[in-house]
Design a protein around this ligand. Structure first.
Ligand SMILES: [Zn+2]
Length: 148
């Protein structure tokens, strides 16, 4: 074994500190580390990272994927529109909720890429996911447009 799997990530043996880290640490890695430190807000890297995570999650259906999003406290996904070609997914209570509004900025691209990787694996063909709303942009919730 020379690579970690998502299953490995759940093997936690921290007697004092437990299995959680504060949201501000996650936000710092995501927004200061990835988003602000990398060129072009880390666009290409974030897509690569997110897709890889999405394919490794081991989920077999959209409902399993959405449950995992909730369990990992990324946010609460909800399908708000769906047809044969596409669907619109709102993510309520996203990790970014409460951050200062920076109009024109949408920062939840990693989460979209995770959805993209997982949905591509679930459906067995290329799915594309685009972030169309974000709390940080001043929207009422984060939202993704999924194309099958
Ligand atoms: Zn968000």
């Amino acid at each position: 074994m020379d690579q970690f799997t998502f299953a490995d990530m759940k093997k936690i043996k921290r007697e004092v500190m437990g299995n959680t880290v504060p949201l501000e640490l996650f936000r710092t890695i995501r927004l200061i580390g990835l988003y602000q430190a990398l060129p072009a807000n880390g666009k290409g890297t974030t897509m690569t990272v997110g897709r890889k995570i999405g394919t490794e999650l081991g989920v077999n259906s959209v409902s399993e994927l959405f449950e995992l999003f909730k369990d990992m406290k990324i946010g609460i996904p909800e399908i708000i529109r769906e047809d044969e070609m596409s669907m619109t997914v709102a993510v309520h209570d996203c990790f970014c909720a409460g951050l200062p509004v920076l109009e024109g900025k949408m920062v939840c691209d990693l989460e979209g890429a995770i959805l993209e990787g997982a949905l591509t694996k679930i459906r067995g063909k290329r799915v594309s996911v685009r972030e169309v709303k974000c709390n940080v942009n001043g929207d009422e919730y984060c939202e993704y447009e999924v194309r099958f």
